[in-house]
Design a protein around this ligand. Structure first.
Ligand SMILES: [Zn+2]
Ligand SMILES: [Zn+2]
Length: 303
């Protein structure tokens, strides 16, 4: 058992440098991609690879890291647990156990002292709002001042061989996601140049878009939007973010019923991650899917 996975720890210098690189390199390459696209170097194959890998690694985070591993909102077999853990790692939002630990802590302290990424409590006025939103969006990752306590919040995953293995080999899966972008591009075009532009779009551009979609849950979905449920925190539903976040932007619903597998609880609330879980349940690949009893729903409605 690696001691760093068990002890509470502050991110070290290596973590901070890695976090800064993971934020800035895709951003610079997005600029490069835009310039190349302007010059006519963007092919339909690049967009196919981008869409495929955005959806796969995005669902790895939303269905896998979030609904399966963090909140245990459904059960599935070992192979799919492994697959979702790997796909989530390809999103390069940190190793599985660290991600889950930070997110469980967020739910425990939601917008109060101890929440690793609340946009609130950063002072009054416009300045406090801007500072808070910046901190919640990516400041908390770049500054790296959130203590990660897996032994306290993720005992179940520390005892789970699949979660521990994928967590320990995070870098392999992160790089495999980039290699897959190149391989898909190469396979679709038959040229190395096609592989490289697919790597640009299915790698850097995908990571940039996916990261900011996820970050927006922590920042925008605790600041702007509707609060149909009385959750005692600042979580909100932000409809326009539902598609890029694959259904996670129904964030007030989620804070009201954290273990529910379905975040878009109304028929019109688009929730692609729920569609995947629902399909898995119908085909026998998921079971013990957690829902919300109508009486609990009514009891939580904001007056
Ligand atoms: Zn939240
Ligand atoms: Zn959650």
């Amino acid at each position: 058992m690696a001691p760093t996975q068990v002890e509470a720890r502050l991110p070290g210098r290596f973590d901070r440098v890695a976090n800064v690189l993971v934020m800035t390199v895709p951003l610079l390459l997005v600029g490069f991609a835009a310039w190349r696209a302007w010059g006519g170097a963007l092919h339909w194959t690049d967009l196919v690879v981008l869409a495929l890998l955005y959806t796969a690694s995005g669902l790895g985070v939303t269905v896998g890291f979030h609904r399966l591993f963090t909140h245990r909102s459904f059960k599935t077999g070992k192979v799919l647990r492994f697959v979702f853990a790997v796909l989530g790692s390809m999103a390069i939002e940190g190793p599985l156990i660290e991600w889950v630990t930070n997110h469980r802590k967020h739910h425990q302290f939601s917008d109060a002292s101890g929440d690793p990424h609340s946009p609130h409590e950063h002072g009054p006025g416009l300045r406090g709002a801007v500072e808070g939103l910046t901190h919640a969006h990516l400041g908390w990752i770049l500054v790296g001042d959130a203590v990660c306590e897996p032994a306290r919040y993720s005992k179940d995953l520390l005892a789970d061989p699949i979660a521990r293995f994928v967590d320990r080999t995070f870098l392999v899966w992160a790089l495999a996601g980039l290699a897959l972008a190149f391989a898909l591009g190469f396979g679709l075009t038959g040229t190395v140049a096609g592989g490289l532009t697919a790597l640009l779009w299915g790698g850097a551009v995908r990571l940039f878009l996916l990261h900011h979609a996820t970050f927006s849950i922590n920042s925008l979905c605790h600041y702007f939007g509707r609060q149909p449920f009385a959750t005692g925190d600042e979580s909100r539903n932000l409809a326009w973010l539902a598609v890029p976040t694959l259904g996670e932007a129904w964030h007030n619903n989620h804070h009201a019923f954290p273990t529910s597998a379905r975040h878009g609880e109304r028929r019109w609330q688009v929730d692609p991650s729920w569609w995947v879980i629902s399909l898995m349940a119908k085909t026998g690949l998921a079971w013990d899917v957690v829902g919300v009893a109508p009486s609990r729903r009514v009891a939580k409605l904001a007056s």
